[in-house]
Design a protein around this ligand. Structure first.
Ligand code: HEC
Ligand code: HEC
Length: 297
């Protein structure tokens, strides 16, 4: 905030508080000299005469109290332009203090869990309860409350993995995030080529009622264009997150039209990185939790 705006705000606040005080003094009573001697203001409406009485004391005091409170508050806390208040309170310090308290209270618990191997953690009810809450708060928006995922968001309970299901791999996925890169093929293969490649891709998982000519033409296209990532047999590659095309689990959907859309436009699934948000200890817990969903049965 520039000095000008700081001064501008201070001036407005001071004028308002001063103005309120002045108004209170000024309206305590009306000037007796201008009034009729009977103690009224001389104003009559519908037979009701208006007396020139002062405001009730308690009422007046309420106003004074709010004025003193405002002055006290603005002295102690930030509120007047750049003036920080004599207590030095700030939302930053407050947050830092809260985090320190939290760390003091829960840090030891997390540190303790971080030393335990994933498989052992997965059997620890209390640890899994904490991890379940972390999951609900941070992951369920995309993967679903039950972690079953949805279109474009993988199911984490089925032991079918884009990037690998060993606990260390899951940990790495959550810490660093992942970015699935399926290129768009419409310019390279053309609409007909895409159709052929899609037919072959669908045949890999045993889809019936496919046009055999398309499948045969697609096989060659697959070998030259797709095998590098999805593997020569279409079983996928966890290093790149290329899905296994031989099972019936689909990330984006397995209808012919959806697969054609996937090939035509490409896909770009983004799993955010959590290391800066949750830190390694909580991610360790979450990795055990995710792993347990397909192994603790
Ligand atoms: C903004 C949405 C979003 C959020 C939030 C999110 N994820 Fe993901 N996650 C994804 C997407 C999308 C993918 C698939 C990435 C791809 O297609 O390459 C993914 C992939 C994963 C995978 C890899 C699955 C596999 O098959 O290899 C794991 C494990 C995972 N997420 C766990 C988590 C955890 C734990 C959290 C919470 C800390 C989380 N995700 C939060 C969107 C999200
Ligand atoms: C550069 C590596 C790469 C190449 C080459 C590639 N893919 Fe992919 N493909 C991927 C990745 C990675 C994904 C997952 C995208 C995501 O997670 O968002 C994917 C997703 C798919 C899907 C969606 C699967 C599902 O479960 O919904 C299909 C189908 C597919 N690819 C078929 C093909 C075909 C056919 C070709 C050849 C024409 C091909 N891909 C070439 C990397 C590749």
């Amino acid at each position: 905030m520039s000095n000008f705006w700081s001064f501008y705000i201070i001036a407005i606040v001071a004028l308002n508080i001063g103005g309120c005080a002045w108004l209170l003094m000024w309206t305590r009573t009306m000037d007796k000299d201008d009034m009729p001697a009977d103690g009224t203001t001389g104003h009559v409406y519908d037979g009701i005469r208006e007396y020139n009485n002062p405001l009730p004391r308690w009422w007046l005091w309420l106003f004074w109290i709010t004025i003193f409170f405002a002055i006290g508050y603005l002295t102690l806390y930030p509120g007047l332009g750049k003036f920080q208040g004599v207590l030095g309170w700030s939302s930053h310090n407050e947050l830092a203090k809260d985090e320190k308290d939290y760390q003091a209270q829960y840090g030891a618990i997390y540190a303790n869990y971080a030393k335990m191997p994933f498989e052992q953690l997965a059997k620890d009810d209390r640890a899994m309860k904490i991890a379940g809450r972390l999951f609900a708060n941070n992951c369920s928006a995309c993967h679903g409350a039950d972690a079953h995922g949805g279109r474009g968001f993988p199911n984490l309970t089925d032991n079918d993995w884009l990037y690998g299901g060993e606990p260390d791999r899951i940990y790495e996925t959550i810490m660093e995030g992942r970015n699935g890169m399926m290129p768009a093929w419409k310019d390279i293969l053309g609409a007909q080529g895409v159709k052929e490649a899609a037919s072959y891709a669908l045949s890999l998982s045993g889809r019936e009622n496919l046009d055999h000519k398309l499948v045969a033409a697609g096989q060659e296209k697959f070998a030259t264009n797709c095998a590098a990532c999805h593997g020569p047999d279409g079983k996928g590659n966890p290093m790149m997150g290329a899905p296994n095309l031989t099972d019936t689990i689909w990330l984006y959907g397995g209808s012919e039209s959806t697969v054609i859309k996937t090939l035509t436009e490409g896909r770009n699934g983004m799993m955010p990185a959590w290391k800066d948000i949750l830190g390694p200890e909580r991610v360790h817990l979450l990795a055990a939790y995710v792993w347990s969903m397909s192994h603790n049965k």
